[in-house]
Unconditional design. Structure first.
Lengths: 110, 116
């Protein structure tokens, strides 16, 4: 079993829909990251969380440390949001290396 | 701020040649840089961690003589794929960490290597 599990693996949505991607992890962590990878390959760091909730534009990320679970929400989705969304964690108290989930492939249709 | 660049963005080479990929932190000093590879439709796999001025730490299964990593300055790390073979064809991504933000990593745009 992977230390970081994401769901769903694939997601297709209509433009304007509210989207949720989930991430569960099995180890203690010092931080959790949401990353976005576009078809060209480059990776953008969206959020780094250790507790609570963060918001940036139409993106919202939440984390529940007790339940070892995080969600990434996209409001009013748009075709340009189509990308792979990756959850990654820094395991341990002083996490160094990142442990990655398999990613969620999101396609938003117009 | 916190921009990481990679050069080249793509490279095609013949089997047996060596290829060097550069990773630079443009506006901050990166005490640690990480090198990842990614195969199609798979997630990132950490290859090695390099700290400025010291030898890189390689992950299990990664040949250190095959993938030479140098982190000679606080803004530059290089990955050299020696005697490249077609199975080394992959997407290589670096990330850099600033000493004041222990967990945060800033990713480069990646280098696509194709070995013929």
């Amino acid at each position: 079993k992977n230390e970081v599990e994401q769901s769903p693996q694939n997601l297709t949505a209509q433009e304007g829909e509210f989207i949720t991607i989930n991430c569960s992890y099995s180890v203690g962590i010092s931080a959790l990251h949401w990353l976005q990878q576009h078809p060209g390959g480059g990776i953008v760091s969206l959020f780094m969380l250790s507790s609570g909730k963060k918001k940036h534009g139409r993106l919202i990320a939440t984390i529940n440390i007790q339940e070892k679970h995080s969600s990434l929400h996209i409001t009013a989705s748009h075709p340009r949001d189509s990308a792979v969304y990756i959850c990654a964690v820094n395991p341990g108290e002083y996490g160094n290396k990142l442990v990655f989930g398999a990613g969620t492939i999101l396609r938003v249709k117009s | 701020g916190a921009v990481v660049s990679q050069h080249p963005s793509w490279v095609i080479c013949k089997s047996g040649t060596s290829v060097k990929i550069e990773c630079r932190s443009l506006d901050f000093q990166a005490t640690t840089m990480f090198w990842y590879r990614q195969f199609p439709k798979q997630s990132l796999m950490l290859m090695a961690t390099s700290n400025e001025g010291s030898k890189a730490t390689y992950e299990q299964g990664v040949e250190k003589d095959k993938f030479l990593i140098n982190h000679a300055s606080l803004t530059l790390s290089t990955l050299t794929v020696t005697s490249a073979h077609p199975e080394d064809s992959s997407f290589y991504i670096c990330s850099a960490r600033w000493f004041r933000s222990y967990n945060e990593q800033f990713f480069g745009p990646g280098t696509r290597l194709t070995v013929l």
